[in-house]
Design a protein around this ligand. Structure first.
Ligand code: NAD
Ligand code: IPM
Ligand code: MN
Length: 362
């Protein structure tokens, strides 16, 4: 049966890394005899906005709703369109409308990559950030008063619902129970944020009673960021609200060498809507157009997408291909500059696709 994938490159390096993800997916599809049917869309980009006055066509829900998955690059060209317009008009609409309430972001120190943290080896850093993805600090509830006067006031509320918190906690606890260490860390700030965060802690406490085999701890977000740097080996599954999860999921991958390798899966676990797979990084306007962006984050997204669609072996083969090329090191493999090499986006993508294709011959 063929899987229908909507491809939305967006802006900047999204356009450079998406073709490498497709190349790798096609290599996996050939090896595992999968039918992947890609359809490309030019909306959700700042150029589309400049031409149409909006980020998405009116019927985007109908256009995208029937796909099995969305493979997404990155959005944002702040010099052309303000970020809150381009992102609220695209990615954040997808997450909310398609109820992708889990944002799953692995942080793993891969073989061949040097962590900026002294003495850390592969195996020392291997955890997931499970980020709440549809509510929390990313609500659009609030407003401006007395605009343009010296009494100007801006208010934006944090919205946390019992259903919203419980469903992300349940996902995180289930994930922790499938991992050997069975450990879950909650990111909180209930010492300073006096209503929503104590409520978050209460829900964690109640959920933990259903999972007596999971070792649960919590840290306030400030010391948690410090512990990511000082003790990344402490973590296994880290569950966080939308904003805290956003911050942790750039910090975690930075500890693993470069944010260029980090993927994310915006998941609707019930499969009622398509899930969306995008790298953690953005459109990187500072390096766009030079063919030096690291394509690994976007390729790993392809692996997570195949796994989500039930093709675990093919997804694992893609990850094995990435690891094999990284392990070869910059003397052997065309690693991009963020990995200390001199390779280009397309050379690295090609090497990974070859490794995926040849996997069973190694
Ligand atoms: P960014 O992730 O785009 O870039 C941060 C830094 O990391 C830059 O120096 C960039 O060159 C580098 N970098 C990022 N990806 C890389 C890769 N694959 N290989 C090598 N280096 C890489 O973050 P930013 O600069 O804060 O944001 C730029 C734009 O992207 C903004 O418009 C922002 O809103 C948007 N953004 C979009 C998404 C998304 O669509 N999911 C995520 C983050 C930021
Ligand atoms: C991410 C990004 C987005 C977020 C931005 C671009 C709105 O940083 O996917 O991590 O904050 O969720
Ligand atoms: Mn982010």
């Amino acid at each position: 049966m063929s899987q229908r994938i909507a491809v939305i490159p967006g802006d900047g390096i999204g356009n450079e890394v998406i073709p490498e993800s497709i190349r790798a997916l096609e290599a996996a599809a050939r090896r595992f005899d999968l039918q992947l049917d890609f359809r490309h869309f030019d909306f959700a980009s700042c150029d589309y906005y400049l031409n149409h006055g909006r980020m998405l066509p009116e019927d985007w829900k109908e256009q995208l709703g029937g796909f099995d998955a969305l493979l997404f690059g990155a959005v944002g060209m702040p010099e052309k369109v303000p970020d809150h317009i381009s992102l609220w008009g695209s990615l954040l609409q997808f997450r909310r409308h398609f109820d992708q309430y889990i944002n799953l972001r692995p942080c793993k120190l891969m073989p061949g990559i040097r962590s900026p943290l002294a003495g850390r080896e592969p195996g020392d850093i291997d955890f997931y950030v499970v980020r709440e993805n549809t509510e929390g600090e990313y609500s659009s509830v609030g407003g401006k008063m007395f605009e343009g006067t010296e009494r100007e006031v801006v208010i934006q509320d944090t919205v946390m619902t019992r259903i919203g918190i419980d469903r992300v906690l349940k996902y995180a606890f289930e994930l922790a129970s499938r991992r050997p260490r069975r450990k879950l860390t909650s990111a909180t700030k209930s010492n300073g944020i006096s209503i929503t965060m104590p409520y978050w802690d209460e829900r964690v406490q109640e959920m933990s009673e259903h999972y007596p085999n999971i070792d649960v701890d919590k840290f306030h977000i400030d010391i948690l960021t410090a512990n990511f740097v000082l003790h990344p080996d402490w973590f296994d599954v880290v569950v966080a609200s939308n904003l805290f999860g956003d911050i942790l999921s750039d910090l975690g991958p930075a500890c693993t060498g470069t944010i260029g390798v980090a993927p994310s899966a915006n998941i609707n676990p019930e499969h009622r809507f398509p899930s969306l797979f995008e790298p953690v990084h953005g459109s990187a306007p500072d390096i766009y157009g030079r063919n030096i962006a690291n394509p690994i984050g976007q390729i790993w997204c392809g692996a997570m997408m195949l796994e989500h669609l039930g093709h675990e072996k093919a997804g694992q083969a893609m990850l094995d291909g990435i690891e094999a090329v990284l392990a070869a090191g910059s003397d052997q493999a065309p690693l991009t500059p963020d990995l200390g090499g001199q390779g280009t986006t397309s050379e690295l993508g090609e090497a990974i696709a070859d490794a995926i294709r040849d996997g069973d011959r190694r």
